[in-house]
Design a protein around this ligand. Structure first.
Ligand SMILES: *Cc1c(COP(=O)(O)O)cnc(C)c1O
Length: 385
């Protein structure tokens, strides 16, 4: 599949029709074990479903093809995928450097699960290359963890530059590619060693399944993560894997529409008197615009707004939209609105990861853009002047 374009790979990688019946869509293998033709006589290598299931294999082949990796492993959630990757790359005494605006759950996983086991965590502004150089330690920093665009302020990190810096000190360079998706950004081709995803978001794309994945080109790392997937067991179930696979088939067209809609909204609201600032890498005055234009093939569907009138106005705004529904999560076909300081980022209040109280976050869906703009404008009109 590697010579085909992205949209073709998304549809066909790992999706061979069922050889027995000709069913064009590979079936969901709802089974926990596999009958053996005599002791050890496995069909296709399948033995027990924690170790392997054809539906999971199908998703993993699709994911590897999309990120340009040699190996993908899928998990029960994005955080389960991250945990497997961290266990494979950290040990007591390790040092890990992350952005000071990483996904709150990622920070919590390292800070509250891995740090008590003897790992040292340092957070830094990843968009500041000199600051990263100052904190990484040769022979000591085992992981450099990048998330770009970041959540919710859409900071952009230069993946190729940071990958080179990480490799100078022998670190494994990881990119959380959840916000961009492989349709817009392929970190392995920019030098990253591993990509992690919450497939719950754009990859699944239909807000009906929780999942995660790690993709890599490093055979040894892939082997270690495969072992952890099997030995720890945080696997994706067959129905979840199948739903994710189905979602991925339309990833390319969805991301083009998400990006187009978000660009229109960003430009319209940037000029609105009730909006103090729009955070969207597709705007030319965004500080990361040039890097984003270089390393991404579209600017994505996530944007944040700072609302005039502070916390009270921001709260009222998120409760006044109708098409945009108030909910956590992102990346689905339907538009969502959130108030990070009390929703997704409530756990990091009082830390350097805290989000300003006037910021609201939009996950722009693929509804007609005129309806989305009208919805946001009517909610802004209802704010007190
Ligand atoms: C949601 C999310 C995660 C965690 O994934 P889950 O599937 O919720 O476990 C990790 N990183 C980012 C950027 C996310 O948005």
């Amino acid at each position: 599949m590697t010579h085909h374009h992205f949209d073709t790979r998304a549809l066909h990688a790992g999706q061979e029709f069922d050889p027995t019946t000709g069913a064009i869509v590979p079936p969901v293998y709802l089974t926990s074990t596999f009958v053996q033709d005599g002791v050890g006589g496995l069909r296709g290598g399948y033995e027990y479903a924690r170790a392997g299931n054809p539906t999971r294999t199908s998703l993993q082949e699709q994911l590897a093809a999309l990120e340009g990796g040699s190996r993908a492993l899928s998990f029960a959630s994005g955080l389960a995928a991250e945990d497997a990757l961290l266990r494979a790359t950290l040990s007591p005494g390790s040092h890990i450097v992350m952005g000071n605006d990483v996904y709150g759950g990622t920070h919590r996983l390292v800070n509250r699960v891995h740090v008590p086991w003897g790992v040292e965590l340092e957070t830094v502004d990843m968009s500041d290359v000199d600051a990263v150089r100052r904190v990484i330690r040769p022979g000591k920093t085992d992981v450099l963890w990048i998330e770009t665009p970041s959540n919710p302020l859409m900071k952009i990190t230069d993946i190729a530059t940071l990958a080179a810096i990480g490799h100078e000190v022998g670190a494994t360079v990881v990119v959380d590619n959840t916000f961009a998706s492989p349709a817009l950004q392929q970190p392995l081709s920019l030098g990253a060693d591993a990509v992690v995803h919450s497939t719950t978001k754009y990859l699944g794309g239909h807000t009906d399944v929780v999942g995660g994945a790690v993709v890599t080109n490093d055979e040894e790392l892939g082997e270690q993560i495969a072992f952890l997937q099997f030995a720890v067991g945080a696997i994706s179930g067959p129905l979840d894997a199948w739903l994710t696979t189905r979602g991925i088939k339309t990833l390319g067209v969805r991301m083009r529409q998400h990006s187009a809609n978000a660009q229109v909204i960003a430009e319209r609201l940037a000029a609105h008197p009730a909006v103090r600032h729009v955070y969207y890498p597709g705007l030319v005055d965004h500080p990361g615009h040039e890097i984003a234009a270089r390393q991404m093939s579209g600017f994505g569907g996530m944007l944040s707004l700072a609302i005039e009138g502070g916390a009270e106005a921001a709260r009222r705004f998120v409760e006044s939209t109708e098409v945009f529904q108030l909910a956590e999560s992102l990346g689905g076909v339907e538009s969502l609105i959130g108030y990070p300081s009390e929703m997704t980022h409530a756990s990091v209040r009082g830390t350097e990861l805290e989000v300003p109280a006037d910021v609201v976050r939009l996950s722009v869906g693929i509804e007609h853009v005129d309806d989305l703009v009208a919805d946001l404008e009517q909610a802004l009109e209802r704010l007190p002047r």
